[in-house]
Design a protein around this ligand. Sequence first.
Ligand code: CP3
Length: 354
Amino acid sequence: MADLKNDLYLRAALSKPVERTPAWMMRQAGRYLPEYRRLRSKAGDFMDLCKNPQLACEVTMQPLERFPLDAAILFSDILTIPDAMDLGLSFKQGAGPHFLKPVRSKSDINNLPIPDPADKLAYVMESVTMIRKSLNNSIPLIGFSGSPWTLATYMVEGSSSKDYRYIKALMYTDPKSLHMLLQKLADSIIAYLNAQVSSGAQALMIFDTWGGVLTPGSFREFSLNYLEKIIDSLTREVDGSKIPITIFTKNAGQWLKMMATTGADCLGVDWTTDLSDARAQVGDKVALQGNMDPAVLYGTDTRIREEVATVLESFGLGSGHVFNLGHGIQQYVNPDKVAVMLEAVREMSPAYHQ
Ligand code: CP3
């Protein structure tokens, strides 16, 4: 922390005092940037881009060259672990991820390897090392992974899903096998995230994008349980600097109180929950990250500034807020609108930290 020029994000995620609210965006390196689209078309397949550390580093840096962001996030995908399990992952243009060999039976699950991060995922570690060099201690680098439940949904469904019929059928017919799958994923994720930290990641985020499709009981049993196990086994400090851990479950506004007891330092919140309600649920146990509706960026500059003000006001006074969107930035957003949002956060947020 000591040699970082800007450590606001690390401090805020650990609920320590800051002079202004730090800001970054989920999917900040992505298709809304013309320079990303150019590089992406040169690289070919999306996974080819992820697997080329030089290009992944270049893409990570793209939004930072345009905007005064307070954190960088590794350019990669949550599906690198299932890809390393040899399930035949591809990204079809416009249709999202697709697995040639979805995981459907007990024997499929038994046969899954736990990938060694130094082997098939070595490209991710090389990217982390290169990005840290490029950042040159300007802002912190966030490493990440999907949660066991969210990775399992893609692996069992075989692609993005609207109804989660295969994984929910597995959950209600053979929960033991699902637990075996989730445990294998948890073990893989622990090794993967700790390797990212060894390679230079200064903070970690776990995306539990699809935890919110569960019932409260099954969320606890099939998602939260494993998040807790993972957090218990992660490296929490390197050279005297704490590694903040953020967990993000979409549509989990009602479950923040139970999420706050996992050992995470910070919870991501989507735009359907008011940050003042979120804060009332979690008290000062954890920091909060979020939560402007990504669609606000289609609005006028004035509306964007108003919504930034609303988000800052809803969190209120004091530390423990990382400004972000409530989910990833959408591909049709005009990048100029991001500058308007970030400028508004810089201008308005110091008043909340006096
Ligand atoms: O935030 C960042 O800037 C870091 C990069 C990042 C990507 N994906 C890049 C990406 C991160 C953190 C992710 C996480 C991810 N990937 C999640 C969890 C976060 C969330 O959005 O809830 C999920 C569910 C995935 C799986 C995934 N990858 C999907 C559903 C898609 C979209 C497919 C489509 O065509 O719309 C991807 C592809 C993907 N991941 C892109 C990017 C920039 C677009 C790929 C392209 O260039 O065509």
